[in-house]
Design a protein around this ligand. Structure first.
Ligand code: PEP
Ligand code: MN
Length: 342
């Protein structure tokens, strides 16, 4: 159930409603909103009686939420959520681009790449320090050293950093360094990790699981938000299908479906979505056209020498080309492409 407070309801009345909800044995989740405060209720097994809450001072309406995901549902928040990371804004018609190598490989490369990405218009820097790899014998990332390099690349370039938290044990280290914490596809249903991300004070980029339905994905986001972290951006990165022309099948049809069901912003990752460099730019253009709120692309200065995911990484020239194409398309589609080329 969602409690919608009156426009002018003062904080004491909001607190009184929260206390009432808690006294009934449920959890109250105040939801920040531009217009008025709303309070989500979870933890009830049976449907609640709206009259109980509508009788309280300052309450405008008590609305049943029909979806299994509650706090991330459009039903509880009509306007889209906006997540800000540095100067990047997910939502509100802008289209921040997250770019960088799959993995952090070495210091000089990372710093140089970050500066060139910023010059081309990227708004966030990516790079995995802890890498989820299919084979235990593949490069697993530089770990803590990788996080330190990311910090230096942020200082040199001014770009905020997105990097993956692989498990609960290393989460605090990643939380300290990252400006946005990535939860990878393979961890989308790692519920302990999702809960930990929900207690973090940093925005979360939640990738779609390799075979996750839309409902499973939104339920994963619900884990994060239910713990109190409202700053979640979803990221479509392709799902496993019978198709063998492509590493994964980038499900662009999920973008309007997510926007219908949820208020969370959604970005698209055409690099993991296709696995092939020559497919990344066409599908990045499609992501803008279909209404996504941002993009993640893998970029490496020498893709053929990358320690992971080289085949799907753009080089710096291709990235600059991608950015100029997006900038050309943006006005037609009513977008702002955040950072402009120098
Ligand atoms: C990545 O972003 O490098 C990554 C491992 O992504 P995913 O979890 O989508 O495979
Ligand atoms: Mn990768």
């Amino acid at each position: 159930m969602l409690i919608v407070m009156d426009h002018q309801a003062p904080p004491e009345l909001v607190r009184a409603v929260v206390e009432k909800i808690e006294s009934l044995g449920y959890r109250a989740h105040p939801i920040p909103g531009a217009e008025r405060t709303a309070i989500g209720i979870t933890g009830n097994r049976e449907p609640l009686d709206p009259a109980v809450f509508e009788a309280l001072a300052g309450v405008r309406a008590a609305i049943p939420v029909t979806r299994p995901f509650k706090l991330v549902s459009r039903e509880v928040r009509l306007e889209g959520s906006v997540v800000k990371v540095g100067e990047a804004v997910f939502g509100e018609g802008s289209f921040p681009v997250i770019a960088g190598p799959c993995a952090v490989e070495d210091r000089e490369m990372m710093i140089e790449t970050a500066c060139r990405l910023r010059a081309a218009g990227a708004q966030l820097l990516r790079g995995g320090a802890f890498k989820p790899r299919t084979s235990p014998y593949s490069f697993q990332g530089l770990g803590e050293e990788g996080l330190r390099i990311l910090q230096q690349a942020r200082e040199a370039s001014g770009l905020p950093v997105v990097t993956e938290a692989l498990d609960v044990e290393s989460f605090p280290l990643v939380e300290e360094t990252a400006d946005m914490i990535q939860i990878g596809a393979r961890n989308m249903q790692n519920f302990a990790l999702l809960r930990r991300a929900g207690r973090a004070r940093k925005p979360v980029l939640l990738k779609r699981g390799i075979s996750a339905t839309l409902e499973e994905w939104l339920m994963a986001a619900e884990y994060v938000v239910a713990e109190g972290n409202h700053e979640v951006v979803l990221c479509e990165r392709g799902v496993r299908t019978f198709a063998d022309h492509s590493r994964n099948t980038l499900d662009l049809s999920v973008i309007p479906a997510v926007k219908h069901l949820s208020h969370l912003p959604i970005a698209v990752d055409p690099s993991h979505g296709t696995g092939r460099r020559d497919r990344v730019i066409p599908l990045a253009r499609a992501a803008l056209a279909v209404g996504a709120h941002g993009l993640m692309v893998e970029v490496h200065p020498e893709p053929d020498r990358a320690r992971s995911d080289g085949a799907q990484s753009l080089d710096l020239e291709q990235f600059a080309n991608l950015m100029s194409q997006l900038r050309a398309m943006a006005p037609v589609l009513g977008y702002r492409i955040g950072a402009s080329a120098p």
